[in-house]
Design a protein around this ligand. Sequence first.
Ligand code: ADP
Ligand code: NA
Length: 332
Amino acid sequence: AFTPRVFSGIQPSGGLTLGNYLGAIKRFVDMQGSGVETIYCVVDMHAITVWQDPEALTRQTRELTAGYLAAGLDPTQSILFNQSQVAEHAQLAWIFNCVARMGWMNRMTQWKDKAGKHAEKASLGLFAYPALMAADILIYHATHVPVGEDQKQHVELTRDIAIKFNHDFKTEFFPITQPVIEGAATRVMSLRDGSKKMSKSDPSDASRINMTDDADAIAKKIRKAKTDPEPLPSDLDGLEGRPEARNLVNIYAALAEMPAAQVMADMGGKPFSEFKPLLADLAVAKLAPISSEMARYMQDPAEIDRILSGGADRARAIAAPILKKTYEIVGM
Ligand code: ADP
Ligand code: NA
């Protein structure tokens, strides 16, 4: 039996979106202070699986940390740190590289999407990314990982690695981690195309709400969001086949912290010309204070670095004995 422990991370690959906020950060905050240890990471080693300008990487690492803090993560309640500062992640990842199979990695949809037809030119790190992610999680014996829907397959691979390691070495050393994918906004979609997820890497800025967008930009993007001409239905079944409408309802529900069914009950029958301004006001009310707090934290980068360094010390205190024991099990 493993003590429940929560771990998750986000890449400092530039610009947090509303998808990252609702699918990840907001849920990290919700899990904090529930009596379970919470460990949240800035995964810079994942970010460099694709090219990152060094100065930008440093800045984005601080920005993401500022986003964590501004959204309500408290470094006295959660462990907040930067992945590369805790070398045990890379050390365990190597062992997992030797446990995981090439075929498992080949099946990852994110690998196929990101490497595309140019797999020969992709970095070896991009291919091995899920084994590093397994190490991130298992170096803390984390039992629960809050993530968006797009990360489900990677957490399943983490489970496969734990199962194979435990089997190969005749041990029960690693827990079989659960993904925690819940709430109204586990997959926030593009505002321009209801079949694509909202992403910081989408070339169209109008497709996403950035955490740093001001009130005018947020209102404009929501006003211009793609929708169909029908008014909102009065129940969830009425959203069938209407992905853009469903997405806006889900965003509203997650921001308002109410079930989507309640949004339908309240808003059913309204045309988008009425619903969109309500959604824009809600988004501005929830996001503007976070983005101004982020800007305030960014004025003191030294303080951010101190927080990350303190978090790394606490993370290492958990990780080091788990790595030591892993080496013993492997015979190293
Ligand atoms: P991105 O996918 O934006 O490049 P990451 O891969 O670092 O960022 O993901 C960080 C977290 O944000 C993960 O838990 C991921 O599932 C979540 N996430 C990213 N985009 C979305 C989205 N559109 N909807 C819900 N969650 C998302
Ligand atoms: Na992602």
